[in-house]
Ligand binder design. Structure first.
Ligand SMILES: [Zn+2]
Ligand SMILES: [Zn+2]
Length: 303
């Protein structure tokens, strides 16, 4: 079970085994994610090969999981190694590489969702120390849980309430009225925008234009254009010198509940730490107005 206090709006998962995680930054020869170091990794669950017949993307069991299928909280915890090269940055992945990665993560999403006990799946990326990555070799994590985290459940309830009152999805209705000042770029399938309520400096959301509840519902074409856009945004961040540490979070509905939700991806550069005010109130102080961020990104992407 996820431990939660619904009155003080607190929840947590205690995972003391995570303390044993190795910290690997520069020493490529001991990195468990590098090609040739397979002895350091657990079970390989899914692999995509490159044209040279080497691995391109590899999804493995997390050796230091926050959950498992034998204890509480029930769940699965995977690591997605998204490149065989220790120093390759995701902004430099080719479009085909991005497509393979997003496709592999969707296949794994579907496998995990197939388990009748799994109610919620979180896909996320921590890149850099400030974003929480203990291994500098680029990777993602997929956590499938038998419980829904408290704040996600609250969002689903509010979504359902909005739908009942207005007869439409909350994000779909926001997209229809989105002011151009908040749009960084768009394609047939996605809008890259700064949210009106940006909690972090340079926060960007990628939102599918057609209503999708979760990652499993995206089409192959939407995954391809998503990869193209993620690469573009990460290159933009790099040019703004906001490309150090960052998190990418896939925001999905629960796997099999009746709640509606509109899938989106948030990208958050980790330029500062949470301080006392944020820790006390969960109200974030953002030093860059979302419209300023949009202007800066547009100027950068033009070059
Ligand atoms: Zn490595
Ligand atoms: Zn929608």
């Amino acid at each position: 079970m996820i431990q939660e206090d619904p009155y003080l709006l607190r929840n947590c998962i205690v995972a003391e085994n995570r303390k044993k995680r190795p910290i690997i930054r520069d020493v490529a020869d001991k990195c468990p994610f590098c090609e040739g170091n397979e002895k350091y990794i657990d079970q390989i669950k899914l692999e995509v090969s490159s044209e040279e017949n080497k691995f391109l993307v590899r999804i493995v069991n997390n050796k230091y999981p926050i959950c498992d299928t034998l204890s509480s909280p029930y769940g699965v915890h995977d690591v997605v190694i998204d490149t065989p090269r220790h120093l390759e940055h995701p902004k430099d992945f080719s479009i085909n590489h991005w497509e393979s990665l997003l496709g592999a993560m969707q296949r794994r999403w579907e496998e995990i969702a197939h388990d009748p006990k799994i109610k919620f799946i979180q896909i996320f990326k921590n890149y850099g120390k400030e974003a929480g990555a203990s291994i500098s070799h680029s990777h993602w994590q997929i956590i499938g849980l038998g419980d829904i985290p408290y704040h996600m459940n609250l969002q689903y309830e509010h979504y359902n309430a909005f739908y009942k009152e207005k007869g439409s999805c909350y994000l779909c209705s926001k997209l229809q009225k989105l002011e151009s000042d908040y749009i960084i770029t768009e394609c047939d399938d996605w809008i890259a925008a700064a949210p009106y309520i940006s909690e972090f400096a340079h926060e960007t959301w990628l939102v599918p234009k057609r209503h999708k509840k979760h990652y499993g519902e995206l089409t192959a074409e939407e995954l391809k254009s998503c990869g193209r856009l993620l690469k573009k945004i990460l290159r933009g961040y790099d040019a703004l010198e906001a490309g150090g540490a960052f998190n990418i979070c896939f925001m999905s509905s629960g796997v099999k509940d009746s709640f509606d939700y509109h899938f989106y991806i948030k990208i958050i550069p980790r330029l500062s730490n949470w301080a006392g005010f944020e820790l006390a109130t969960r109200c974030y102080i953002n030093t860059v107005h979302p419209k300023t961020h949009v202007q800066m990104m547009r100027n950068t992407l033009k070059k």
